[in-house]
Design a protein around this ligand. Structure first.
Ligand code: SF4
Length: 364
């Protein structure tokens, strides 16, 4: 793999037109096949209560808000999972606010159901999904301790946590000043602990939340350091900030197309061993350019549920994705929430492996 210094990355990330084109052509040569993947998923936001309060968030709700989802109950979850089964989805994505059980209304709903905390409930829901559906759980519950990751590993095919940025400085800015869980030290510790436990892992960076180009380069190098040490990062999401009405960062500009192209290309350049993903629903008009810049995965696409984190941006139809993928000469291919190279005993629990084999042999 290319060994690039921070100075090399900075020069590429600051490149102008001619350099951008040559960067794109370099990353396109790194492809060893023409396959672009996606995961057919269902999105289950178990609660939208969160202890953090990020300047760009539209997902989190105040517990007293009339439309707050305090806790999705097992029956509701099972109903959605059943529907997802009929759509032939393979991934149950459990994403929700961080440490919601620090909030009274959440803990009291959990206690009503007989659970002492959110992670215990998540384990129960993942286990239920694993045993009673064709879907594989992928959980994204925020920062976790090593023993919490170890517990959830038993019932997840893969897990995720966006690094977003490795910049400590961002903790003083509008983006993260009210979000203790966005402390990069805590997020890096979670990603590293997942590596120690051999959990196939999804992470990524958020672009345009006030970070500098130097901080983007440093964030990429930090992920590279972790991947070199543990080798468990299966995909990196390069997600562009989108200003939305009513958020504290409403007046911020989103990153330009050129900035995003450079980020995607540079990410692929230093991560030829990892899938690079750009959310298609946040880049409707120019998704194709990211495939030409080195992205090779569309991420989770749901035929059933909206993107609750970006509700204003509906998922494109899978047939539309196929069209824009094939127009560039690539082939669209469905994948599981865990990438093929991690489907083995080193990375997955026996029960998960058994279920993957059943899914592959169409026994379930
Ligand atoms: S951690 Fe996630 S859900 Fe919580 S406020 Fe930040 S962006 Fe929103």
């Amino acid at each position: 793999m290319a060994i690039l210094s921070k100075e090399d990355l900075l020069s590429l990330l600051n490149g102008k037109s001619r350099e951008i084109l040559s960067l794109m052509s370099e990353t396109s040569l790194l492809r060893d096949n023409d396959i672009i993947t996606y995961s057919k998923n269902v999105f289950l936001p178990l609660t939208d209560i969160c202890r953090n309060n990020c300047g760009y968030c539209t997902f989190r709700k105040d517990p007293k808000s009339y439309n707050a989802q305090i806790l999705m109950k097992p029956d509701e979850i099972r109903g959605i999972i059943e529907k997802a089964n009929s759509f032939n989805c393979k991934e149950a994505l459990f994403t929700f606010g961080e440490k919601p059980d620090e909030t009274d209304s959440v803990i009291s709903s959990l206690e009503d159901l007989g659970f002492t905390g959110m992670l215990e409930y998540l384990y129960f829901i993942c286990d239920d999904t694993l045993k009673n559906s064709r879907l594989l759980p992928h959980s994204n519950p925020g920062i976790l301790k090593k023993n919490e990751l170890k517990m959830l590993r038993e019932v997840n095919a893969s897990m995720g946590l966006m690094l977003e940025t490795s910049s400590q400085r961002m903790m003083e800015t509008i983006a993260h000043k009210n979000s203790p869980g966005k402390d990069p030290k805590l997020r890096i510790a979670t990603i590293e602990n997942a590596g120690k436990l051999k959990i196939p892992f999804t992470t990524g960076l958020l672009i345009g939340i006030g970070e500098t180009v130097t901080e983007r380069a440093e964030s990429l190098l930090e992920l590279r350091r972790i991947q070199d040490k543990y080798g468990h990062i299966q995909e990196i999401i390069i997600q562009n900030f989108k200003p939305k009405q009513g958020i504290p960062m409403e007046g911020f500009k989103e990153p330009s197309l050129a900035e995003m192209i450079k980020m995607v290309s540079v990410t692929k350049l230093i991560f030829p061993d990892v899938s690079v993903q750009v959310p298609p629903n946040l880049n409707k008009d120019h998704s194709q350019i990211f495939l030409m810049s080195g992205a090779d995965d569309w991420g989770g696409v749901s035929p059933l549920t909206p993107d609750f984190v970006n509700p204003e941006a509906p998922w494109p139809e899978i047939e539309y994705l196929r069209l824009i993928t094939e127009e560039l000469g690539f082939k669209l291919q469905e994948r599981l929430p865990v990438y093929p190279k991690y489907i083995n005993e080193k990375f997955l629990d026996q029960e998960i492996l058994k279920k993957i084999n059943e899914i592959k042999s169409k026994k379930i």
